[in-house]
Design a protein around this ligand. Structure first.
Ligand SMILES: *[C@@H]1O[C@H](CO)[C@@H](O)[C@H](O)[C@H]1NC(C)=O
Ligand SMILES: *[C@@H]1O[C@H](CO)[C@@H](O)[C@H](O)[C@H]1NC(C)=O
Ligand SMILES: *[C@@H]1O[C@H](CO)[C@@H](O)[C@H](O)[C@H]1NC(C)=O
Length: 408
């Protein structure tokens, strides 16, 4: 298994040097807003019975994952159908049972769609022992409602062991990405949040892996791991006391990416954001590489004064709050970026000192994926790389060239 963690600082320097258009533009937009604020807009709305946690669309239908409910909405936001996932008896694989004593709310941890077999929606809840439900949405004869055909994506009765590939998510939070080619791969990054309620109990029961890739069986009733190299976990010394939050995941070209917030280094009390990259075609985690990602804002008007995080008019935002991958349109004002290029838009905050908690200071940065990939390539070629301590227990220098087959 090969891992790399590219050396810090460099990325910051390079993204900063690439200019404010690539990093961030702190100055207010010179153009007046196009929105006419004196007009009353009559927009469609939908109000869920419980907090909304995830949202995906397929064939024009909007699927909403909320506490104890999955909703299907029309484009005008009227409700088409709904499915109840809870409250239900405490943590067990999905399945029936009325709300009983000791029943818990089922938070929607992950919601994703599949279009290879039947059109399918996967919903993975916090109270289902990590297992997902599959909602068949169209089996080729006609569209179905979200509650019509729902299967528990586990072939076991009772609690499954942690290495069961059907255990996908943790209650503490997860990012799950479906990478489809002629098969379905689910990449999952599971967060480790010290001190959250139920974390100790879930850990005692054996939690799903920190990072894993699984293949959906062609029998469509579960997942398989290709081998014991299809997953990686935090080293035992860090489990339960290491903050690692998976914030966003996406794929672009031959790669699958995850964005995390975690400690800045083995001995550092500070927190930062990292971008993780793997090959989408890999059924084992063998070409894994990560590096720090920061949002840097250069502000001409504040060049003289400033705290350490505002040195020379440069403001650093360290903890990612949300992100979105998009292709740039025809009039993108990003240097060196062409129409159709993938760009990562990321909202960062400055954290409280030595904490992952955000303050009210925030900024949005746009990162063209080709620059991120150039940096990965540059640091790997120059061997400016080390093992990631949280997964290997070692931060020794390691030299390895990670390329995906399809990479140009
Ligand atoms: C904004 O909308 C109001 C009300 O419809 C209208 O009277 C006004 O002319 C509009 N302003 C612009 C700049 O379009
Ligand atoms: C919203 O869309 C649904 C399905 O397309 C339709 O049946 C319904 O009449 C629409 N409702 C409104 C208020 O437009
Ligand atoms: C639930 O538990 C409480 C106390 O543990 C008990 O008083 C109550 O009768 C129980 N209710 C049901 C429906 O079992």
């Amino acid at each position: 298994m090969k891992f790399l963690w590219l050396d810090a600082a460099c990325l910051v320097a390079v993204l900063g040097a690439a200019g404010p258009r690539v990093g961030a533009q702190c100055d207010p937009s010179p153009q007046p807003p196009k929105l006419n604020l004196s007009v009353t807009y009559d927009l469609p709305t939908f109000t869920a019975d419980s907090p909304i946690q995830n949202m995906v669309t397929l064939n024009g239908v909007i699927y909403v994952g909320a506490v104890n409910r999955i909703y299907a909405l029309a484009p005008n936001l009227t409700k088409l159908s709904e499915y109840r996932t809870g409250p239900r008896p405490a943590v067990a694989p999905c399945g029936g049972g009325p709300a009983a004593n000791g029943s818990v709310d089922n938070h929607n941890v992950a919601l994703l769609v599949e279009t290879i077999y039947d059109q399918g929606l996967f919903s993975c809840g916090s109270a289902d022992g990590g297992v997902c439900r599959r909602h068949v949405l169209d089996d080729g004869t006609r569209p179905k409602t979200v509650d019509e055909e729902v299967d528990c994506f586990s072939d076991r009765r009772g609690r499954a062991p942690p290495s069961d590939p059907n255990r996908v998510v943790r209650p503490s939070g997860a990012r799950v990405l479906n990478v489809e080619s002629n098969v379905i791969h689910f990449f999952a990054g599971n967060s480790e949040i010290p001190g959250v309620t139920g974390a100790a109990r879930a850990r005692a029961a054996g939690e799903p892996h920190t990072m894993s890739v699984r293949k959906m069986k062609t029998s469509q009733n579960g997942f398989t791991f290709f081998s014991h190299r299809s997953y990686i976990d935090l080293i035992p010394a860090l489990r339960g006391n290491y903050f690692l939050r998976y914030v966003y995941s996406f794929h672009s070209g031959p790669f699958t990416y995850f964005l995390t917030v975690q400690r800045a280094g083995r001995a550092s009390p500070a927190y930062h954001t990292r971008i993780v990259r793997m090959c989408s075609s890999d059924l084992q985690i063998r070409r894994y590489v990560e590096m720090p990602l920061q949002c840097i804002c250069t502000d001409k008007r504040r060049r003289r004064r400033g705290s350490p995080s505002e040195q020379g008019g440069v403001r650093v935002f360290n903890v990612l709050q949300a992100a979105h991958l998009a292709k740039v349109g025809p009039n993108a004002n990003l240097r060196g970026v062409e129409e159709g290029d993938d760009v990562l838009f990321a909202a960062f905050a400055r954290s409280e000192p030595d904490s992952p908690e955000p303050t009210a200071h925030s900024a949005v940065c746009a990162f063209p994926l080709k620059y991120i990939n150039d940096l990965f390539r540059k640091y790997m070629q120059s061997c400016n790389t080390a093992e990631p301590y949280h997964f290997t227990g070692s931060s020794n220098k390691a030299c390895y060239n990670v390329r995906c087959r399809e990479e140009a």
